[in-house]
Design a binder for this molecule. Structure first.
Ligand code: CA
Length: 465
């Protein structure tokens, strides 16, 4: 296969950007015109899911095409072993020039640096929003400015200076909109005079659900700290008013930080247009997982519930993907690596566990396409959010979750047991997952079928713990 048919790949991934804060996903709370361009000029995936809703594990799944029990990154306490194969190494060996700019967060500084990239310049750990330090090929430097602008500037610099005779794969990984949601000057006063609508499940009281939901410490009304809220609340608010005030403080900063991402994605798209690269470049925008935007009264992620499980995933590639298309076919973060390889015309290695999304993108999804997914959150009761370890299966209509409630020796866990419990949601009648019907006799047969599917998937991906 000649070089000229290998597409360039621009993979833009933000951190904790929920699909329901993007107007191309019918957001009720903000506008993202530049991200919408990608969706309008390409395809929107409505059922793209992560296999473990937390930063490092999802990033490791994307780079290796493996589930976390295989790639070794089960929790935030694990490092990605750079000696192991990953998609960027394979792309590089097959003629691509590869780069990573922005958030890495898959190992401790100078011990587990990125591998497989011709160029990398990453934030140490979570990194800072303002005047961040970055590590350029092993050398730590301070950059003045706002992190989303800087990551975009460095990405554009690399594109401008790249070898023009080879295709590129650039992974541009934004820190934003991760906690503590610090906006830049340009967007600091956006939404100042408006009230952002509260989500339908904002006043969830966690009745009819697991103890795990009740135990989690990620509640808008209770668990934010001063760094999150930045200012003290007005005095004399009722508890309900205070909860509403905290939500406005949180969500406005979150959306301001998202607005900067949107502007900067626009800069990248304009560069591709100006350089005549649009036609032959696959542009993807995604996030490492979803996020609770006040949904269920929460912020953060981790749970297998929809807002946290779902990843935004929009892709534009004019040569192969029709404009304005949408799909509800299932896609997983472990599928991304194989998709890159497929489009690059490179053989997919046996260790990868996903499926190339190419047929879905080209609207020729095979009849036997995946209609269920396996999910596992390992980080049992870790501070500060105390979410119980669980695994589960989601099909087109149902979701079955098993909170097994053990550390099992995984890193960054608390060695305390919780009584195991199950949740079953009928997403057709209960899309917001407010009513656990696991013990409803009317669903007994469904429970049986889903348990079989759960253990089939567990076996298939080789997770024997
Ligand atoms: Ca994240």
């Amino acid at each position: 296969m000649g070089k000229n048919v290998q597409p360039n790949i621009l993979f833009i991934m933000s951190d904790d950007h929920a699909a329901h804060a993007m107007s191309c996903y019918d957001s009720k709370i903000n506008e993202t015109p530049n991200l919408d361009r990608i969706a309008n000029e390409g395809m929107r995936f409505d059922n793209c899911f992560c296999t473990n809703s937390i930063c490092a594990p999802s990033r490791a799944a994307i780079l290796t095409g493996e589930y976390n029990h295989k790639n070794g990154v089960k929790t935030l306490g694990d490092n990605l072993d750079g000696r192991r194969p990953n998609v960027q190494k394979i792309m590089r060996e097959n003629g691509y020039q590869t780069a990573l700019v922005g958030k890495w967060h898959l190992g401790h500084e100078d011990i587990h640096n990125p591998t497989g990239f011709d160029y990398w310049n990453v934030l140490p750990g979570q990194g800072d929003y303002h005047d961040p330090d970055m590590i350029e090929m092993g050398e730590r430097k301070k950059y003045n400015g706002y992190v989303t602008d800087i990551i975009t500037d460095l990405s554009l610099d690399w594109l401008k200076n790249r070898a023009k005779d080879k295709p590129f794969m650039l992974m541009c990984h934004h820190k934003a909109p991760h906690r503590p949601w610090e906006p830049d000057e340009k967007h600091a006063r956006m939404y100042e005079d408006v009230d952002i609508p509260e989500p339908e499940t904002f006043h969830d009281d966690y009745s009819n659900r697991s103890n795990a939901a009740k135990e989690a410490t990620m509640r808008v009304d209770r668990d934010f700290n001063k760094t999150d809220l930045k200012v003290d609340p007005p005095e004399n608010l009722s508890p309900e008013e205070l909860k509403g005030w905290k939500y406005q403080r949180y969500i406005k900063d979150y959306l301001r930080v998202v607005a900067s991402i949107d502007d900067n994605v626009g800069r990248m798209l304009n560069y591709l247009d100006e350089e005549g690269l649009t036609e032959n470049t696959m542009v993807i925008y995604t996030s490492d997982q979803g996020f609770f935007l006040g949904d269920h009264g929460w912020y953060d992620k981790r749970f297998m519930y929809e807002e946290s499980l779902r990843m935004p995933f929009i892709v534009r590639y004019p040569k192969a993907i029709k404009t304005g298309t949408k799909t509800s076919d299932f896609a997983l973060n472990v599928d991304f690596a194989e998709t890159f390889l497929d489009y690059a015309g490179i053989d997919i290695p046996d260790f990868m566990q996903g499926t190339s999304l190419r047929p879905v993108m080209e609207e020729r999804t095979p009849d036997d396409w995946q209609t269920s997914l396996y999910y596992r959150y390992w980080e049992h009761l870790s501070e500060p959010h105390k979410v119980v370890s669980h695994y589960g299966v989601r099909t087109e209509r149902f979701k079955l979750i098993y909170y097994y409630g053990e550390s099992l020796g995984a890193s960054n866990t608390v060695d305390e047991s919780r009584t195991p419990e199950w949740e079953l949601f009928d997403l057709e009648t209960d899309p917001f997952e407010m009513n656990n019907v696991y013990d409803d006799p009317g669903y007994a047969e469904t429970v049986d079928t889903l348990k079989k599917e759960l253990y089939r998937l567990k076996e298939k991906v080789g997770d024997h713990e």
